[in-house]
Design a protein. Sequence first.
Length: 211
Amino acid sequence: MAVSPVALRPRVLLLNASLAGDQGNTAVLLARARRLLARSATVDALTLADNPASFADLRPRLASAQGLLIGTGTHWDSWSSVLQDFLEQATPAEGTALWLGKPVACVVSEHSTGGKGVLSRLQGVLVTLGCFLPPMSGLVLSRAAVLAARHSPDPVAARDFWCADDLRVVCHNLAEAARITSSGTTGRPPRWRAWPVDRTDFAARWLDPAG
Ligand SMILES: Cc1cc2nc3c(=O)[nH]c(=O)nc-3n(C[C@H](O)[C@H](O)[C@H](O)COP(=O)(O)O)c2cc1C
């Protein structure tokens, strides 16, 4: 059977959800990811900060991507407000073909603490939206770990910290998952299912002011 060229070279979208847009640490990480992914995927990039486009405007680019890499900083133990806004706008698409089975990887940066909590919660949200998490597809890069690795008297001990080089694994696994889910390992794409999702009432007030 002929293998589709799309399956061999999936489209991956880099979603920069940094507060600092193209000037931040996330932009540096995503530029590196772009170089890594370009070997096996067609890469598109989107920066949310200061982007006047609505979710509806961005939707076609999300839809045409077979894989997504989301980058955010850590802000008071949370992801960026631009990512929160994006997720809120994405809510009506929960469980639809836009997300269902789409492989998503995440890179979170932080100064020192909170990033792993951000990553784990973000991955939980993405799975609930309907996304597919490839193995070892979430990375937290901390300034503390970068400094520790640079100045450690024991380089072997610092090797266990997440580092920018681990982005290779994240990008490889994302491209691999995008290739598999867009072609299917059994000759057809996977048939994911969604449970029933409330698409009309999810933002409604549910507390009665009268008590
Ligand atoms: C408002 C604000 C809050 C932050 N809160 C945290 C935090 O809770 N924990 C942490 O380790 N770093 C924190 N940082 C540092 C950023 O997470 C870190 O610099 C990150 O790389 C920023 O990514 P960006 O440059 O792509 O925006 C904070 C930075 C800002 C501007």
